[in-house]
Design a protein around this ligand. Structure first.
Ligand code: UDX
Length: 445
């Protein structure tokens, strides 16, 4: 057994989308630093660059996902196909690894790659799940659909959970679920309930009440180890090329003057919305850095050609538009004073760690819940309800100029301090990480 293998060999199973790839690579890096050797099993789609991670062994398995499926916006359907198509090759691959290594300490899979749990069980290996979103989301797929109204109400009786308006999300969730959604919830639930550990990229203080509920409903120990990007700061898991020119542009801007705008890796807007966002930003009179991802506007291959006539002339050097930014560096830059985000969980955690107030425009899934945390529980941001130029302009000014924004910033800075405490020697995330490494060692004996 080599030096890095003193703690054992872990197999990590990824979900091939940006918001899932990066946290899994971060966890791999952290566990490698604790002495584990790492094999990453990855569906063919969006395969990460192995040469950027020389410490890990990468194995690709066929996912048979098709282009029409991927552009269909049916997340549950894609996840069901991904799991159905990957199950047999994953099992074959794990058998091969077992054969060549003789031992696997644990299989750690993304919660959405739930087929890995039953395979781990068949092979008599500990299966551990990584939730790349909030701990609170675990309640939605698994617990809430099973509770009757009375039990549901008593479960969410706490000021934090009341403020989150979980009742609203529960009814959204139960509106005409597709067959794929119902199946996915059931399989997801079985996997999480049978797992031997639940790892969450979060911080105890952020979701204290929800975490206490999650702990009641799941038999496996929960390890809240976040923010992963601060524990593994060197990992750059971007699938698109990060355009560093925005950093030299930021260097020329006044402190806290810039609003950074990004809708993450999946959300898309139509051309009308792009035009309203563009004029809202222009009329706000604030400098802005805007990520316009290729394909973000109605799937079009055009890029800034889609921006309205006269827009570029009107904003001049006050705007910097890129296809993909080094986001963590941007958020940490002194010139950035606010973040207009789709509120994906990674972006939310990254923003909190830099103490930034947020403008929230959620699109789907957990982004709505994250927005509720940001605006109603942590109170560090505002929701942008209508993507209309006047509303965009007014809301940006409320966040970036008005007293209201200063109060959000003050609270966000308090959260930044709390986040730093989590990572200190006796902080909740550091302790949880130590507990996890002990748990893996004990589970694999
Ligand atoms: C998806 C879902 O949309 C989200 O709701 C879920 O929580 C995770 O999966 P995504 O759209 O990728 O997430 O958003 P997010 O979770 O915020 O992750 C995006 C990642 O890409 C972040 O780590 C961010 O730093 C990075 N990013 C984004 C860049 O590095 N550069 C960019 O220009 C934009």
């Amino acid at each position: 057994m080599g030096k890095q293998e003193k703690s054992g060999h872990l197999v990590l199973v990824m979900v091939p989308f940006q918001g899932h790839i990066t946290p899994m690579l971060q966890l791999a890096t952290i566990l490698h630093s604790k002495g584990f050797s790492i094999t990453i099993v990855h569906p063919e789609l969006n395969f990460p660059n192995p040469s950027a991670h020389p410490d890990f062994t990468f194995i690709s398995i066929p996912d048979k996902l098709t282009e029409p499926q991927l552009s269909d916006n049916d997340v549950a359907g894609v996840m069901r196909s991904l799991n159905n198509n990957c199950a047999a090759p994953l099992k074959q691959c794990l058998n091969k690894i077992l054969h060549s290594h003789g031992h696997i300490a644990a299989i750690i899979y993304d919660t959405l790659m739930f087929c890995a749990q039953s395979i781990a069980h068949d092979l008599r290996l500990p299966g551990m799940t990584l939730r790349t979103s909030s701990a609170t989301t675990l309640l939605f797929f698994t617990i809430f659909p099973q509770l009757d109204d009375r039990d549901f109400i008593s479960t969410i009786e706490s000021p934090e959970l009341q403020a989150l308006q979980l009742q609203r999300f529960r009814s959204l969730l139960s509106q005409n679920p597709t067959k794929a959604m119902v199946e996915m919830r059931a399989t997801f639930t079985n996997a999480v309930i049978s797992s031997s550990a639940i790892i969450v990229n979060s911080m105890e203080f952020l979701e204290q009440e929800a975490l206490s509920k999650v702990k009641i409903f799941f038999p496996a120990p929960i390890f809240t180890i976040g923010p992963l990007h601060k524990l593994a700061p060197t990992i750059r898991g971007s699938l698109l090329t990060e355009d560093d020119k925005c950093i030299s542009w930021l260097n020329k801007q006044a402190p806290e003057s810039v609003i950074y705008v990004s809708f993450g890796s999946l959300a898309s807007i139509d051309k009308e919305e792009l035009i309203e966002a563009a004029w809202g930003l222009a009329n706000s009179e604030r400098p802005f850095l805007w990520v316009v991802r290729p394909g973000m506007v109605g799937g079009s291959s055009e890029w800034i050609e889609l921006l309205p006539n006269g827009f570029q002339e009107s904003v001049g050097q006050r705007a910097c538009i890129v296809q993909w930014a080094p986001q963590k560096e941007v958020l940490a830059h002194a010139a950035v004073g606010g973040f207009w985000s789709h509120c994906g969980w990674n972006s939310t955690m990254e923003s909190i760690c830099e103490g930034l107030p947020m403008l929230c425009k959620p699109f789907f899934g957990d982004q709505l819940l994250n927005t509720s945390y940001i605006c109603n529980v942590w109170k560090i941001g505002l929701e942008l309800h209508e993507l209309e130029r006047g509303n965009v302009e007014r809301t940006i000014k409320r966040l970036m100029v008005d007293m209201e924004g200063k109060v959000f910033r003050k609270r966000a800075l308090d959260l930044k301090k709390d986040a730093a405490l989590c990572l200190m020697k006796n902080g909740s995330s550091s302790c949880s990480l130590n507990d996890l490494t002990n748990h893996i060692s004990l589970s694999s004996v």
